[in-house]
Structure formats: C-alpha cells, structure tokens
Ligand binder design. Structure first.
Ligand SMILES: Nc1ncnc2c1ncn2[C@@H]1O[C@H](COP(=O)(O)OP(=O)(O)OP(=O)(O)O)[C@@H](O)[C@H]1O
Ligand SMILES: [Mg+2]
Length: 274
C-alpha cells in the first residue's frame, strides 16, 4: 500500500500531472482528461493546478504570475512555489487521494526543476532538497509532458490572452511573468523537460503537442490507459449500467474506481482554458 511523504495516509486514488512549456495545452488537456475519466466510471476525479489548487496556494499564485520577470530571484521564486505546493498537497491533493479520488494536476514538481532550475539557474541539488521537504518521496503515478516548440506555445498563449481580453472589453492583453521571460529561458526549460522525460521513462510520457486538440487528447488517453490500466476508449452508446462500467476497469485498478451512471453523456467539448 502506498504512503504519502509523511508515511501517514494510504493513497488509493491515482495522481497524474501535466507538464509542458507556456501555452503547450496543459490546462486544455487536464480538463479533457478529467471528462473522460469520469465517463470511464472513475468517481469525481479532481482537476487542479499549480501554483494554486487551495485557497492559500491561490493567494501565492497571484504573487508569482503577476509583475515583471525580475520581480523575484530564482530562489525566492522556488520558495514561493514550494510553499504553495505544500499547502496544495496538505489541503487538497493528499486528502483527495486518500479519499480514493483521482487527481489530475496542471504542473507539479517538474515545473519547479525546469523553471527555477534550468530556467532561472537555481542549483538543482538545492531544489531537490526543497522539493523533498515539501513532498517527501511523494511523486505522480504518471506525468504527461506536452512537447511543443516554445515559440509555438508562446504564440498560442498570446492568442489566448488577446481573445480573453477582447472578450472582457480590454484593449491590451496581459502576459504572465513567465511568458515575459526572454526566449532563451523558454528554450532552457523545454530542454529540461526533455531531460526529465528521458531520465524517468517509467513515470513520464512525452506527447507530441503540435497536433490539434482532439489528436493530442487521444494520445493522452492512450498514455493513461496503457500506464494506469484503465479503459478510456468507452463507446457511450454501449454504456448500459453500472456493471458495464465496472467491467471496463481492468482488475488491477479495482480499488481505485467505482462505477457511476453516465449513460447518455455526450463526448468531450473542447474548452477554452486559462
Ligand atoms: N493542440 C492545440 N492546438 C492548437 N491550439 C491549442 C492546442 N491546445 C491548446 N490550444 C490553445 O492554446 C492556448 C493555450 O492552451 P492552454 O491554456 O491549455 O495551455 P497551457 O499549457 O495551460 O498554458 P499556460 O502555460 O499558459 O498555462 C489556448 O487558447 C488553447 O485553446
Ligand atoms: Mg494553463
């Protein structure tokens, strides 16, 4: 039985994280994955994000994403992220997993290593020590790394912000602090994510995020199905009741999932994410 960083709680749900550079499609894919998990009979999966995901961590998020690139030095940045992560773990992620829920998180520890380590030059050993204080040896069951050239991701993010600001009646779009970092920063962090994927192939799956949203989503589904042994290729018209739902879940995962009635649900919509 798995235990969390403090060795106290047994964890029954699964923890999936998404990583990728700015605008790679993480929020979009988190939202779509949670929809298909629900349709596969997994009860009340939780979509959450970093920095954020709890009241305290959302307050810290506001400090982190606003302002100018040089507002915090790398270590301060890392400490703020780690404080937010600790609150997120204690208040949101660990209780949800202990209660049997699956948790899908938009960014986690790999972002700290890539952004503050490779991006902002903080010593990786120091960062790993900080991460261990915050989370112990707790790690995702699966990490999906969305692989997209940083230039394309930044263009997508800018287009998203322009649209959002037009819809809200503002003249100018507002980028986050990280989007404003110089381009070499974005190249370094993209390379760091590649290195993490190569170093930890059992935990990480790299998904090509250059394709359209449904194609990327299909690749995400395949990765989750293969790595975590859950059937996410359910045909809605074949859903007849809770027994069918239960059968769709492979035996190895029966302790993590519970049948639900989702008959008649339509396919996922493609959300505009923030
Ligand atoms: N595969 C895709 N093809 C084209 N556009 C996409 C794709 N995936 C997402 N988008 C769009 O690109 C923008 C950025 O996507 P999203 O917000 O999901 O990225 P993100 O990785 O969460 O960004 P951030 O790093 O800023 O949080 C959104 O407008 C989204 O609708
Ligand atoms: Mg996002």
């Amino acid at each position: 039985m798995k235990r969390n960083a403090n060795g106290r709680q047994s964890l029954r749900g699964r923890f999936i994280t998404f990583e990728g550079s700015e605008g790679a499609g993480k929020s979009t894919q988190v939202s779509l994955l949670v929809q298909v998990l629900r349709r596969a009979g997994i009860v009340n999966p939780l979509a959450t994000r970093e920095p954020g995901g709890s009241a305290g961590a959302e307050s810290i998020r506001r400090l982190l994403i606003g302002g100018e690139p040089g507002q915090w030095d790398g270590i301060t940045d890392a400490l703020l992220h780690c404080a937010a992560r600790r609150d997120h773990l204690v208040r949101t992620i660990w209780p949800a997993l202990a209660g049997g829920r699956w948790v899908v998180c938009d960014r986690f520890t790999d972002s700290t290593l890539a952004y503050q380590g490779s991006g902002q030059g903080v010593d990786i050993a120091q960062l790993r020590a900080l991460v261990a204080i915050v989370a112990g040896d707790f790690a995702p069951d699966l990490t999906i790394i969305l692989n997209l050239p940083p230039k394309v991701g930044l263009e997508r993010a800018i287009a998203r912000e322009n649209l959002s600001h037009r819809l809200n009646g503002h003249d100018t779009a507002k980028s986050t602090r990280y989007e404003k970092m110089d381009f070499s920063f974005h190249l370094r962090l993209a390379r760091a994510l590649h290195a993490i994927a190569a170093a930890e192939p059992n935990r990480c799956v790299m998904v090509d995020a250059t394709h359209d949203i449904p194609t990327v989503h299909a690749a995400v589904r395949r990765a989750v199905a293969e790595r975590l042994g859950v059937d996410l290729f359910v045909q809605p018209q074949k859903e007849k009741g809770s027994q069918d739902h239960a059968r769709r879940i492979k035996k190895s995962n029966t302790e993590n999932v519970f049948p639900t009635a989702s008959r008649g649900e339509s396919g996922p919509s493609w959300p505009r994410s923030s």
